[in-house]
Design a protein around this ligand. Structure first.
Ligand SMILES: Nc1nc2c(c(=O)[nH]1)N[C@H]1C(S)=C(S)[C@@H](COP(=O)(O)O)O[C@H]1N2
Ligand SMILES: [Mo]
Length: 313
């Protein structure tokens, strides 16, 4: 079987779509036989929960176990330990939920989660996920393209960036009482990055609603960027002409750039980004090489034509 980390079958190389899906189903079956899958999360009958459709954008790498994805988390509003989100996020009220969409849009407003979800066709997107701390996972997200939501609210021609904010509610997110970051957690993308079909708003994983520790009810997923760009529990989306301030960049701009594309050639000032540890691989698991743009180079490199990626990191 192809290496776990190299998606040797690029969706853009494959026609027709069905050939890709058959290949994926075959590989999923093989992985299950090999005992690599903790639960059946890939195609077919297992997709009954949220009814998410499989996508040609999914990697054929085997997803991590749900247990890994929900217990090894970063969500600093609940504390900085990897198991803090799993311990404390249950306290977060996610229903009702609304998202303010404002700035350079035709139809600004406060949209309820139900408004946002109405008419949306959910897809399963199995993506590689690479944290700036040099660990990684493969996550079977469920969600829809951010571009779809932006089209519904109408992006004005002056807009060049999209900013995102997480909820501030220290009564439920205890670590917001500490000055770990300048709350709210903020992130941002250039508009073309936001409109890219790989960029999704996730509302589920393993075909179930998103667990709170993973950013319920709605979080961003940008698979070619370091994990901190994938902001959780979003309550505000703002279209702007200027680059929005982002939490990690504000906290330490020398270590965390606005772009933060996964790049094995640009080290973090305090550690190498050339390789990564696959969460769930066991204590003695070998590190695997990190791929340019986290393996999504064919799809996204064109967004950065002419940019110096070590200067604009
Ligand atoms: N609001 C918020 N979003 C966040 C974070 C956070 O601390 N707060 N951590 C980020 C980091 S560093 C990573 S690696 C991913 C982790 O997502 P996961 O726990 O679902 O794997 O969420 C990102 N989104
Ligand atoms: Mo991260």
């Amino acid at each position: 079987m192809a290496g776990r980390w190299r998606n040797d079958l690029n969706y853009s190389d494959v026609t027709p779509k069905q050939g890709f899906l058959n290949r994926r189903q075959l590989m999923a079956g093989g992985a299950a036989l090999g005992g690599a899958l903790a639960m059946g999360g890939i195609a077919g009958p297992a997709l009954a929960g949220l009814g998410a459709k499989p996508s040609v954008y999914s990697t054929d790498a085997a997803p991590n176990a749900l247990e890994d994805i929900t217990n090894y988390c970063n969500f600093y509003e609940f504390g900085t330990g990897k198991d803090d989100p799993a311990k404390h996020a249950e306290k977060l009220t996610t229903d009702p939920w609304s998202v303010k969409i404002d700035g350079l849009v035709d139809r600004p407003g406060d949209y309820s989660f139900d408004d946002i979800m109405s008419g949306v066709e959910l897809e399963e997107r199995i993506y590689r996920f690479r944290c700036v701390e040099a660990w990684s996972m493969v996550v079977p997200w469920v969600g829809f393209e951010l571009a779809d939501l932006l089209a519904r609210v109408g992006v004005r021609s002056e807009a060049k960036y999209v900013g995102f904010e997480t909820l501030v509610r220290p009564a439920e997110m205890w670590a917001q009482n500490r000055a770990i970051l300048d709350w709210p957690y903020r992130e941002g993308l250039r508009l073309d990055e936001a409109m890219h079909p790989l960029t999704i708003l996730a509302t589920g994983l393993y075909d179930e609603p998103l667990p709170k520790q993973n950013g319920a009810p709605l979080r961003l997923v940008v698979p070619w960027k370091y994990g901190f760009k994938s902001i959780k529990s979003i309550v505000r989306i703002t279209l702007s002409a200027d680059q929005p301030p982002t939490s990690w960049n504000m906290a330490n701009g020398r270590e965390y750039g606005f772009y933060s594309n996964v790049n094995p050639q640009v080290d973090h000032p305090r550690w190498s980004q050339a390789s990564e540890r696959l969460v769930g691989g066991g204590l003695f698991a070998k590190r695997v090489p990190t791929l340019m743009f986290n393996g999504y180079e064919d799809e996204v490199a064109g967004l950065y034509d002419g940019m110096n990626l070590s200067r604009s990191f």
